[in-house]
Design a protein around this ligand. Structure first.
Ligand code: AMP
Length: 223
């Protein structure tokens, strides 16, 4: 495996909300020993604070809109500077605009290996069901779906017994806005990475393990 601190690798997970980026990012993180950096998660932590930025992010997330590129650039720089990112990292939810993708190209200097991207493709009809049905255990992070993978007792984690939570932006209204933001702002990034010969595309309408088994060897060939 070619990944080391002297030759760090940045992997980017692309795909609409509900495509399973978080799940594949976790699997890649374990396999490659690189940290999983979710900008949605970083923002949710900020949104939970009673600060001007916290209030602003809370409203933007709840509506399903995007946080501005300048704020995202600052947050990514801060996280990428952490020592655990020295050997590289796996980005889930960033970049989401061409501006963010351009920033990432130059973030670590021209002599570094450029980022590689994975696009997870899922039919639009499947996405809404995945998002509106999603419930998460606040203790262990296990993700359920009330339609396709419900817990034994409704709204209770099978493993922890904790009450499951629902993201404020997994309502039907916010999910529709998020999908449309993806189509307008983020989908052009597929061409951005494809034209640079740095994109692996996988069918995301399968079980996570099957997607991962397809993805991992193809990604390694690009490393
Ligand atoms: P996620 O958890 O990746 O689905 O992100 C949840 C929400 O956080 C998004 O709908 C946006 O409001 C915000 N967000 C996360 N990452 C970004 C980003 N790279 N740029 C702008 N907004 C973001």
């Amino acid at each position: 495996m070619a990944i080391s601190e002297s030759d760090p690798v940045i992997l980017v997970l692309l795909g609409p909300p509900g495509a399973g980026k978080g799940t594949q990012a976790r699997l890649l993180s374990e396999r490659f020993g690189l940290p999983h950096v979710s900008t949605g998660e970083i923002l949710r932590r900020i949104a939970a604070t009673d600060t001007p930025l916290g209030r602003e992010v809370r409203e933007i997330q709840k509506a399903g809109l995007l946080v501005d590129d300048a704020t995202m650039a600052r947050l990514l720089r801060e996280r990428a500077d952490d020592s655990d990112c020295r050997g590289g990292y796996i980005l889930d939810g960033f970049p989401r605009t061409i501006g963010q993708a351009e920033l990432l190209e130059t973030l670590h200097g021209a002599d570094r290996r450029p980022p590689l991207a994975v696009a997870i493709v899922v039919p639009a009809a499947v996405l809404l069901r995945r998002l509106t049905g999603r419930r998460t255990c606040p203790v262990c992070g296990t993700i359920y779906n009330v339609y396709t993978n419900p817990p034994h007792v409704p709204d209770v984690c099978d493993l922890e017994g904790a009450t499951l939570s629902r993201r404020s932006d997994d309502t039907e209204d916010a999910a529709s806005v998020r999908i449309s933001e993806y189509e307008h702002e983020t989908a052009p990034l597929l061409e951005f990475y494809e034209s640079r010969g740095r994109l692996v595309t996988v069918d995301g309408d399968r079980e996570p393990a099957e997607i991962f088994a397809d993805l991992e060897p193809r990604l390694r060939r690009l490393l």
